[in-house]
Structure formats: C-alpha cells, structure tokens
Design a protein around this ligand. Structure first.
Ligand SMILES: Cc1cc2nc3c(=O)[nH]c(=O)nc-3n(C[C@H](O)[C@H](O)[C@H](O)COP(=O)(O)OP(=O)(O)OC[C@H]3O[C@@H](n4cnc5c(N)ncnc54)[C@H](O)[C@@H]3O)c2cc1C
Ligand code: SF4
Length: 511
C-alpha cells in the first residue's frame, strides 16, 4: 500500500471537512507556485490574500499536530517533482478541480513527476456534479428552476414542502435605494500577524515590477490597507459581523449603489467562501438563523440565500459543463479592445471612474457595480468578452476562473446564451435610478447625442442597432425594439456618430 498525502491547492483551505478531515493521520502537501502569480497582473491584495491564507493554513494544520510539506517553488511541476523525489512511494489525494481540462492537467503533472493522484469531491459546494447533471439533463438551464430545486433538496427556507413565507423569491422588495442619511455598518477590520505583514511585503517586492504583460503599464495605484480575512477564525468573525450588522439591510439595498459606500450592506464573504475558509452551508444556516430569531427580515435572508445556494452553485456547474467553449464565447461578435480606463480609472464618467478606482484600491466592487457599470459598459461598448474576463480575473480579490468566467462572459456580456435569456444592457436611466452618481457627473444623463451626452445612452442604442439581427427576435427584447422603431434616420445618424466619437475618446484616453 503506498503512503497517502492529502494535497490541497491554495483555494481549498478546508480543514474540518473533506480529505483532510477524513484522513486525520496523513500528511498535508501545499505547493506555493510563484509562476501562478505571474500569469496575470493580479491585484496585490489578491496575491497577499491567497499566499497568506495558505501560509496561515499551513501553520494552523501544523499546530494541530499534523505533518505539512510546504513547497515554495516556481511551478507546480517543480513542487510535485520535489515531493515525489522526497516521497517516491506517495499517492496523492486532492479535491476535484472545477473543469475537466484541469483534472487532466493535474493528472499529467503528477504523472510526469512520477506519482499518482485520486480526486475527491469539492467540499466548497453543496450541489454535486451528478446531482446537477441529473437535474439539468441535456436541456437549457434556468437559474430560478435550479434555485427552487436546491431549496427543496436542502430544505433551506422550506416548510412542509413550501417556501417559507409563501414565495420563492422576494426580489420585488429588494430593489430599493436607501434614504438620505442612511449609513451601512462599517465593514469589519482584522488584526494581522507577522505572517500576513511579511507576506504582503514579499508580494509587493516580488510581483509589483513583474506586470510586463499589462497592456498599458502602470501599477494598481496605491491600494488601501489590505482588509480580507486570511484565517478561518477571521472568516468566522466576518460572517458574524455580517449577520449581526449588515444582513438586515442586505436585501432592500442589494441593487443600490452609493459613491461613498463601497460595501453597502453586502456580505464581503466571497473571498472566504472561494478559499474554503467558510463553507456555504454555514453561511446559509447563520442567515436563516437570523430570520428565525427575528433579527433579519425574510426578503434579506432569502435574497442572500439565493446568491449562495442559487447563483454560486449554479454558475459553478455552468462553468464545469460549458468549458472550454465558454472562455472564448462571443455570440455577438464583439471585437473592441478593452479601453485603458479599466486599468487607470481615468475617465470623467462619474460611475465608471468611481467603481474602477474602488477596484484599484481594494480589488473589490459589489455585484451591481460589476454587472451594471463595468460589464454593462463593456457590453454596450462592444468589448471582446475574453478581454473583460481577463481584467476581472486580474483585478478582483475573489476572482477564480470558475466564477469569473460565467459571470463576465455570460451574465455580463451575453457571450454564449447558455443561461442568460437576454443581455443586461442599459442606459443612464438605470444607473441614475439605482445610484447617486449622475448628479455629480459632468455628462448629461438625459442627453443621448451631441457633446456632453452620457456615453451609456448612445452606446446603448448603438448596441441594439448593431445587434438587431441577433436580438430582435428575442421576445424579452420586444419592448426595447419597440423604442428602437420609434427613432427616425436622423436620430440614428446622430447616435451612430456619438457612439463612434465615444469609442475614439475612450481609445484616446479622453472619455
Ligand atoms: C461581471 C461579474 C463578475 C463577477 N466576478 C466574480 C468573481 O470573480 N468572484 C466571485 O466570487 N464572484 C463574482 N461575481 C459575483 C458577485 O458579484 C460576487 O460574488 C459578490 O459581489 C461578492 O461580494 P460579496 O461577498 O459582498 O457578495 P454578496 O452580495 O454579499 O453575496 C453573497 C454571496 O453570494 C455569492 N454570489 C452572489 N452572486 C453571485 C454570482 N453571480 N456568482 C457567484 N456567486 C455569487 C458570493 O459567494 C457572495 O459572497 C461577479 C459578478 C459579475 C456580474
Ligand atoms: S451621467 Fe452617465 S456617465 Fe455620468 S454617472 Fe450617470 S450614467 Fe454614469
């Protein structure tokens, strides 16, 4: 019988479940590969997060008495070779990666290093591949159906087979904007130890100068102080803070944007969930507990549960099933280059400049800013989906290919049409309704053409015009195309001219 070592990759830092819990006596292998961090010009906070969380995990597991092989190397191949040279009879057990291709790559790497590997289920999710495939069959899948399926399967927010409160979904109560004077609770802060401080400094020294493949050079500005949980203990505290201070307001203001409030009442838990520091069932159960003890209303709790039990699980399987095609899907043939302003934040557009600046400073923006500002602009501008995906992947602390790709390429840019039933395209109207950006913006939100007109407006109409052949027959686009039909040729000439001028301004860095 070969000896077994549990190999956990840096985003599977789960101790109390999964292979580490099932094999209490076997050693743990962690490989810290620098080449991974050079694949893209990653935000320094993302690198600090991943490397620190791995090092903290190593220390915590060692403290619990288990032996840990921690390899700091250039590539995974190098780390695996070193491992099998030191332990030639070893057999690795690791968690199933998200995409089939990744599993084959891992098997290849381990085989080349002279070893063998087995895969076990990924404990960071509630719905297994078999369960999803049986539910989905070969047909198209809709999120709402999947979400209801998962509510029934898990029993979360269910009573006697029916949804608690009588409705599956309280979205109609979750589109409010906060009143004047509303202030969300401050996000939690954490005290960091020497390991974290040293890793942050090492990241700065090691990677800041290595962003040669960035198209426009420069750095991620001056990020604010690093702020994300890096240990299980910190992640549990972050969860407790959200449940006690922010969950109640999460629902109603879920879609709202305020320039001064980068976090609103969002949970800020995606990094911990994606690294395995928190598991989905515990965050869902804490939220439901808050409803049951009367400290959070049902619309907030259901809204939050839908994100974690519904969207997060759903997109993970969409990715698994639709890769590798999804990464390069581009059904609208969008072929514009990503404008430089995504890297620099240098634009007079108040909404876009504020959100990009937030990403530069924190590696984060909340969902509606990602969807309705950053992706919406890319969509109506006509950015090639893979380019925007790469930018999101590099810039966000919570980015991982399995979650960024379906969100950006499909939900944001309508690249494949595998689950999105229409593009999320909108003009300044939406931004104005859901945010306070337009009142402080030099562009005129109500103007579509001519100098000073809000760029979202002409680009929105131009988008509908350019993509008419693909979109007009979509019954969900009927209302939009009835407005298209109300415009005369003179208006269309002015719209096309303005859209062209905006693209020129954006590519000249003058938008
Ligand atoms: C264009 C675009 C890019 C995105 N890129 C990422 C990404 O790289 N990594 C990532 O984790 N999420 C991504 N999302 C999903 C979502 O925006 C983030 O999970 C969320 O904003 C993280 O902040 P939070 O923890 O405060 O989330 P909350 O708003 O508090 O939501 C709670 C949790 O629900 C889950 N969740 C909510 N929406 C989604 C979703 N659409 N997909 C998957 N999980 C979801 C997350 O785990 C999140 O932590 C993206 C969405 C869009 C539209
Ligand atoms: S006017 Fe247009 S560019 Fe300015 S904040 Fe509003 S939507 Fe954004």
């Amino acid at each position: 019988m070969p000896a077994v070592t549990v190999w956990l990759r840096g985003d599977h830092l789960v101790r109390h479940r999964g292979p580490l819990a099932r094999r209490p006596d076997e050693p743990l292998l962690l490989i810290e590969a620098e080449s991974f961090a050079r694949k893209l010009p990653y935000h320094p906070h993302k690198l600090t997060l991943v490397f620190t969380a791995m090092r903290q995990f190593r220390d915590a597991v060692r403290e619990s008495g288990r032996s840990v092989h921690y390899r700091q190397v250039e590539t995974f191949a190098e780390g695996l070779t070193a491992h099998f040279e030191a332990h030639p009879d070893d057999h690795l057990v690791t968690t199933e990666p998200q995409a089939d291709g990744a599993r084959e790559r891992i098997e290849g790497l381990v085989g080349d290093a002279g070893g063998t590997v087995d895969f076990v289920p990924d404990e960071r999710f509630l719905c297994s591949p078999d369960q999803f495939d049986e539910w989905a069959g070969d047909g198209r899948y809709r999120h709402e159906d999947f979400y209801r399926f998962m509510r029934r399967e898990t029993g979360y927010l269910m009573t006697d087979g029916d949804p608690v409160g009588g409705e599956w979904n309280y979205d109609d109560q979750n589109r409010e904007t906060p009143p004047e004077g509303w202030e969300p609770a401050d996000p939690p802060t954490f005290e960091y130890d020497e390991t974290t401080e040293e890793t942050a400094a090492w990241v700065q020294e090691t990677f800041a100068g290595s962003y040669d493949d960035r198209p426009y050079g420069g750095d991620w500005a001056d990020p604010e102080a690093f702020r994300w949980p890096v240990t299980r203990r910190q992640a549990v505290r972050a969860l407790g803070h959200f449940i006690s201070h922010r969950l109640a307001d999460f629902g109603p203001y879920q879609d709202a944007m305020r320039g001064e409030e980068w976090a609103m009442s969002h949970s800020l838990l995606s990094t911990s969930l994606n690294l395995g520091l928190l598991l989905p069932e515990e965050v869902i159960e804490r939220a439901i507990g808050a409803y049951e003890d009367g400290t959070a209303p049902l619309n907030s709790v259901e809204g939050f549960v839908r994100q974690v039990l519904g969207w997060r699980e759903f997109l993970r399987h969409v990715y698994r099933r639709e890769m590798p095609e999804l990464a390069t899907a581009n059904q609208l043939d969008a072929d514009e280059q990503l404008p430089e302003l995504y890297w620099t934040g240098d634009t007079d557009m108040a909404c876009l400049s504020d959100v990009v600046e937030g990403v530069r400073r924190r590696g984060y923006s909340h969902h509606i800013e990602r969807l309705m500002i950053l992706a919406n602009f890319g969509l109506v501008y006509g950015v090639e989906p893979a380019q925007l995906n790469r930018w999101f992947h590099a810039g966000y602390v919570d980015a991982a290919h399995w979650v960024t790709t379906p969100n950006v390429v499909e939900m944001g840019l309508y690249g494949a049409g595998v689950f999105a039933t229409k593009p999320y395209a909108s003009s300044a109207n939406y931004v104005d309704k859901m945010s306070d950006y337009c009142s402080g913006c030099p562009y005129y939100k109500t103007k579509t053409t001519g100098e000073g007109a809000c760029p979202f407006n002409a680009l929105y109409w131009d988008f509908l015009d350019r993509n008419e052949a693909s979109l007009r027959s979509n019954h969900r686009m009927g209302l939009m195309y009835s407005h298209v039909d109300n415009k005369d040729e003179e208006e269309w000439d002015a719209i096309r001219e303005r859209a062209e001028a905006i693209r020129t301004m954006a590519s000249d860095g003058e938008l």
